[in-house]
Design a protein around this ligand. Structure first.
Ligand code: GLN
Length: 333
């Protein structure tokens, strides 16, 4: 089925076209949940319903679309890496942050320790575990968990985010690999705080309970260059947000980032809890500017890379239909 906006008028997709596109994406994505598997290396995560799937769209002009499981709470996991990076950029600045962590895609799994020991002293980027642990170490002496939680609530436009104590305990008990990364960074004398304090804050940030809607909130703040479009509050400077979007684009989907960049081409970050946060230049233009769009997805069945299998398929559809790939230069005609 072709949407009306693909040929002739109207110049930009109508609200109805956008709604149809999201409904199709949901239906397409749902088909794939059976091909994925829920993460179980953090035992508590294995309790998620593998068939769950939801998409929430928040547009800068106040529109929203909610389909499927958008109210279910699940843990943010790696998507907290975006928030950690944002806080570091905001409070420590660009130079300081990137003198402690690099900005190169690693091409390795998110929890890999390999290149850290053989090729480099600094972690490759803030979107993999080593880089996020290092980023958290830049913050752990200055911010309490409660303060970090406050930032997360602002960035996700969701005052109801809390710590999921069960997931936190489960990960803390089984997270030896991440603890090893923290100590390896300490042994190289690059970690900026105490390794136990750092890893505890890292685990807590991964265990924040969010919904697809909260991830759409984070997406719209990033798509809207750091400003909450609903209350006009500036959370972080636009230059820092450009950096965050670039790093999400190049590194946000683990070792699938390259292929995702080609197929979807929207700055995104996934987590093993099944969440996906996307910050899109929306398909429509108002007064010469694209209307930003945040898309949050939840589907705990994961693919081999640890990305939500249904969410990736749905985003492929949405990006293609609404021409949201950042390198799609064709105008609507
Ligand atoms: N808490 C998870 C971990 O450190 C986060 C990883 C992820 O979402 N990819 O293993």
């Amino acid at each position: 089925m072709h949407s009306t906006f693909e040929r002739g008028r109207p110049m930009y997709p109508s609200k109805e076209d956008i709604k149809t596109t999201f409904t199709e994406a949901y239906e397409n994505g749902l088909e794939f949940t059976k091909d994925g598997a829920v993460a179980d290396y953090i035992p508590e995560l294995s309790k998620a319903d593998p068939n769950a799937f939801g998409i929430y769209m928040m547009s800068g002009d106040g529109d929203s679309i909610s389909i499927g499981d958008t109210e279910t709470r699940f843990t943010i996991q790696s998507i907290s890496k975006v928030i950690n990076l944002a806080i570091s950029l905001k409070y420590r600045g660009f130079r300081d942050t990137f003198s402690h962590v690099m900005m190169e895609p690693s091409g390795d799994a998110f929890n890999s320790i390999l290149k850290l020991d053989t090729r480099s002293n600094l972690p490759f980027n803030p979107m993999i575990n080593a880089g996020a642990i290092q980023t958290v170490s830049l913050l752990a002496d200055d911010f309490s968990f409660e303060e970090m939680l406050g930032f997360a609530r602002d960035f996700c436009i969701d005052p109801d985010i809390t710590l999921d104590e069960d997931v936190y305990r489960s990960e803390s008990k089984t997270g030896d690999r991440n603890r090893a990364i923290s100590y390896l960074l300490k042994s190289k004398d690059v970690l900026q705080s105490d390794p136990e304090r750092t890893i505890d804050l890292y685990f807590k940030m991964c265990s924040l309970s969010v919904t697809a809607k909260s991830l759409a909130g984070l997406g719209i703040i990033i798509a809207n260059s750091g400003m909450n479009p609903f209350n006009g509050k500036h959370l972080i400077a636009p230059d820092y947000v450009r950096t965050i979007r670039s790093i999400m684009f190049t590194c946000g989907m683990y070792d699938f980032s390259g292929e995702y960049g080609v197929r979807v081409g929207v700055p995104s970050k996934s987590g093993v809890g099944g969440g996906l946060c996307c910050a899109a230049k929306g398909p429509n233009v108002k007064e010469g500017h694209p209307v930003p769009m945040g898309i949050g997805l939840y589907g705990p069945a994961l693919d081999q890379f640890g990305n939500s299998i249904a969410s990736v398929k749905a985003m492929e559809h949405i990006s293609h239909r609404l021409r949201m790939h950042v390198f799609d230069y064709r105008p609507f005609d």
